[in-house]
Design a protein around this ligand. Structure first.
Ligand code: 5GP
Ligand code: ZN
Length: 130
């Protein structure tokens, strides 16, 4: 653990899920990451991947403070996509990895989390209103 990490923040929703205090549908539990289904899925498959350690509010902070963990977060998302059958889906292979950052992107939980989305054609992303 680095000096910037806190093992656990009692006020953080995702820390509470990682600690088993709030139930979630766990997809994969590895040494440093927990993956669980989003409670409000935006695609047929929608999994959130979090580092178990608290202390990184968003992707930029994670990459700046712990680039090694940031790289492994992406790898963990790709592994979840593979395990969920998205990477080699027979009809629509592929998936989307999303790291929402702050208000403009609608970030609501400030414990960095990677969205893994797929299972259907996702459409291309764009701005909310133009
Ligand atoms: P953000 O908008 O911060 O990028 O993503 C937060 C995500 O957490 C949202 O997609 C939201 O549906 C999900 N979420 C919020 N509360 C819970 C919860 O209690 N359990 C689970 N599994 N997901 C949650
Ligand atoms: Zn947390």
């Amino acid at each position: 653990m680095t000096s910037t990490e806190t093992a656990y923040d009692d006020n953080c929703l995702f820390c509470r899920i990682a600690a088993g205090q709030i139930p979630a549908t766990i997809v994969r539990d590895s040494a440093d990451f927990l993956s669980f289904r989003d409670i409000n899925p935006q695609a047929p498959t929608h999994v959130l991947v979090i580092p178990k350690a608290h202390g990184y509010r968003d992707a930029g902070e994670l990459a700046a403070k712990n680039p090694e963990l940031a790289g492994r977060l992406i790898a963990e998302g790709a592994e979840v996509a593979r395990l969920e059958g998205l990477a080699d889906h027979a009809d629509i292979p592929g998936y989307r990895l999303v790291l929402n950052t702050d208000d403009a992107a609608g970030q609501t939980v400030y414990h960095v989390h990677l969205h893994v989305l797929g299972g259907d054609a996702l459409g291309h992303f764009g701005s909310a209103a133009h």
